[in-house]
Design a protein around this ligand. Structure first.
Ligand code: RIB
Ligand code: CA
Length: 317
């Protein structure tokens, strides 16, 4: 039985790979893809998401465009990491494939799929949680039918990647994290301190795509060039973290998770310098009143890479 999922994405280079992975993994049934502002403006996210969907069989997938601003009506993007189009500035090369799918509105689409699917749906959120929070605010009763929200975000006892402490998705909309964590829906967090243990190196991609020679492999080689150049410049490694593909792989193969902890989630929403920071305790015992979430603390990296390569870079028969 395939796991019915909704992907909520801020495509994004790693989101685009996560989307391809989700569409190809036999364990998942992607019912809808909703877009949210994050890496780039939601208009760009939506165009790029539909371009990626055009590379695979997308007949059964609905697309919904979501929020252009956070719950607090702020905007924050990362074009220096993902390119101005969110696809490493290579979307124009693949635009011809763009899926001709009607663009619905994200929040009504999420609620419609959750309400009408005959089994409970999992939401894989690889961007800021704005759309999910808005869906909770609109109809918490329906949203409580969601089986699990798997969210790539946050950073626990580790560095941030947006400022010294905050992870990007939770920095962009910390209020949305708090709304979703308090909604009474099982929330599993795939944090930065785990996703930064799965860096993909340029030479791997080049070698794999040369052997695989599939459309998808060629796209991944193209789309990651800008993203990997960014890390070469800023972290002196020629590669890029597979944050969002890891979240998708965990939804498909829960056995990838080797250790998970139930922890109180404190999300900083007011800090001048620390907004978006995730903590599990503070000096005043605030954790006693905090929502408890599941935080992944260990994964099987070798098995992840095996699934990643086999699915996205299949060798010709
Ligand atoms: O911090 C990494 C996360 O923020 C990833 O999901 C990346 O795509 C950006 O959305
Ligand atoms: Ca993302």
């Amino acid at each position: 039985m395939k796991r019915p999922v909704i992907l909520d994405v801020d495509t994004g280079v790693d989101d685009s790979i996560a989307l391809l992975l989700a569409m190809k993994l036999p364990q998942l049934n992607v019912k809808a893809v909703t877009t949210v502002s994050g890496n780039v403006h939601v208009d760009e996210v939506t165009e790029s998401t539909k371009t990626v969907l055009g590379l695979v069989d997308h007949t059964a997938v609905r697309v919904g465009k979501g929020s252009s601003v956070s719950l607090r009506h702020t905007r924050f993007h990362a074009p220096e990491v993902h390119g101005s189009d969110g696809l490493g500035n290579v979307r124009k090369k693949y635009e011809q494939f763009k899926a001709r799918i009607k663009t619905e509105r994200a929040v009504p689409l999420i609620l419609d799929v959750v309400r009408n699917n005959d089994t409970s749906v999992t939401i894989i959120a690889t961007g800021p949680l704005t759309n999910i929070a808005r869906a909770v605010q609109k109809d918490i009763r329906i949203m409580r039918r969601v089986k699990e929200i798997i969210s790539m975000g946050g950073s626990f006892e580790y560095r941030g990647n947006t400022g010294p402490l905050a992870e990007f998705n939770y920095y962009v909309d910390p209020d949305a994290v708090d709304v979703v964590a308090r909604a009474g829906i099982p929330l599993t967090i795939v944090p930065l301190n785990i996703t930064e243990t799965v860096p993909l190196h340029r030479e791997e991609i080049v070698g794999w795509s040369r052997l695989s020679r599939t459309h998808g492999a060629e796209f991944i080689k193209d789309v990651t060039k800008f993203y990997m150049d960014y890390h070469k410049k800023t972290e002196s490694f020629n590669g890029g973290y597979m944050h969002d593909p890891l979240a998708v792989a965990i939804a498909a193969v829960p056995g990838l998770v080797k250790r998970i902890k139930r922890l109180p989630l404190l999300i900083e929403t007011e800090g001048t310098f620390t907004s978006g920071t995730t903590l599990t305790r503070d000096a005043k015992g605030s954790e006693k009143r905090a929502p408890v979430v599941s935080v992944i603390t260990k994964i099987d990296r070798q098995r992840f890479w095996k699934i990643f390569r086999k699915t996205l870079f299949p060798l010709p028969d």
